[in-house]
Design a protein around this ligand. Structure first.
Ligand code: ASP
Length: 334
């Protein structure tokens, strides 16, 4: 039995605006991360698989409206929600993913069904929903994913006719803050990481007591994205990857850049081909390679020896990890 079992999670990365800091919101985020880590930790402590730990952690994060996945997902340009998720088992290299689903309550469970019960890896839209329905997964009305905070975020983005991933030049967040100062409009609910410049997405990676790793990632995508747009999250190798021989990785950030860098797989590939440590490989991807194409965000990763790394190149990333028998560690800022 491997006594280095560990789980790590993230709830998105982004820019922290001083104006949006609120002690009570911060406490709420820490508490949510702590609860999810404790649940994952229990599964691992009971001898459960890394696959079970990451799918349960991501399911809980999807159900929590604080994060941009499942309930609390961001809005598309049409005012709808389109959800993506992926999961991978490092012991078998089996993977499952779904994208552009609108009514599956927990996209990660649909991805897991694909992994376990389909010869395919990725299903999209209507086909993904038909597959999920055939597996008996829970469906909800699209309004289930609505939250007031994300709706306001979308209205702001839409008014500016942009997808909120554009971090060049003046930011939407800065604009919004300026308009508050002028007394226009209602302030957004306070979040420790400015919601307008945050890459949402949730993810988990784990090493179990049997020495196996797994990764899972789930997202609503980016605010005001075009209908049908798919980011890195459900793409194996870009937003999610796991291989016992190297590591398990879950990413969050500007999805287009993570796709172009095949970011999650690059961490594993660097370990395999350059023979570098988990930390060195992850650091290179996040701090050197992604910034070359303006890729912003971060990732979480574990290897089969129980090493954990959580690098990000933004001001903050909701994150944490928990080892067996130890109090979970959570953090938001650098
Ligand atoms: N990577 C996600 C996407 O592009 C967004 C995020 O991480 O918040 O869909």
């Amino acid at each position: 039995m491997n006594s280095n079992a560990v789980i790590a999670i993230h709830g998105g990365a982004g820019t922290i605006l001083r104006a949006s800091l609120s002690a009570s919101a911060e406490t709420e985020y820490h508490a949510a991360l702590h609860a999810v880590l404790s649940a994952g930790q229990r599964i691992l402590a009971d001898g459960g698989s890394a696959l079970d730990a990451v799918s349960e952690a991501v399911r809980l994060l999807e159900d929590c409206p604080l994060f941009n996945a499942g309930r609390g997902a961001v809005y598309t340009a049409a005012g709808t929600h389109e959800l993506d998720a992926a999961i991978m088992d490092g012991s078998t290299l089996q993977a499952g993913a779904i994208c552009c689903v609108k009514r599956v309550r927990n996209p990660i469970l649909a991805a897991r069904s694909v992994l376990e019960r389909s010869e395919h890896v990725l299903f999209t839209g209507d086909g993904a929903e038909a597959f999920a329905a055939a597996q008996g997964l829970e469906f909800v009305e699209p309004a289930y994913f609505d939250t007031e905070a994300r709706h306001r975020q979308w209205l702001l983005a839409r008014d500016q006719q942009r997808a909120v991933l554009d971090h060049d030049g003046a930011t939407l967040a800065a604009t919004v803050t300026a308009s508050f100062q002028k007394g226009e409009g209602e302030p957004m609910p306070h979040e420790p990481i400015d919601p307008n410049r945050k890459f949402g997405t949730v993810g988990a990676v784990a090493l179990d007591q049997h020495g196996h790793v797994a990764a899972a990632t789930s997202t609503g995508g980016v605010t005001n994205k075009q209908v049908g747009r798919v980011g890195d999250t459900p793409l194996i190798g870009a937003g999610c990857y796991a291989d016992d021989a190297t590591c398990a990785v879950s990413t969050t950030g500007s999805g287009e850049m993570f796709m172009r860098m095949v970011a999650a797989y690059d961490v594993a590939a660097q370990m395999a081909y350059r023979n570098v440590s988990l930390q060195e490989a992850a650091h290179d991807v996040v701090m050197n390679r992604l910034p070359k194409i303006d890729g912003r965000g971060g990732l979480i990763a574990v290897d089969a020896r129980g090493n954990v790394t959580l690098p990000f190149n933004t001001e903050g990333m909701y994150r944490g990890f928990a080892r067996l028998g130890e109090t979970p560690v959570t953090a938001i800022y650098r």
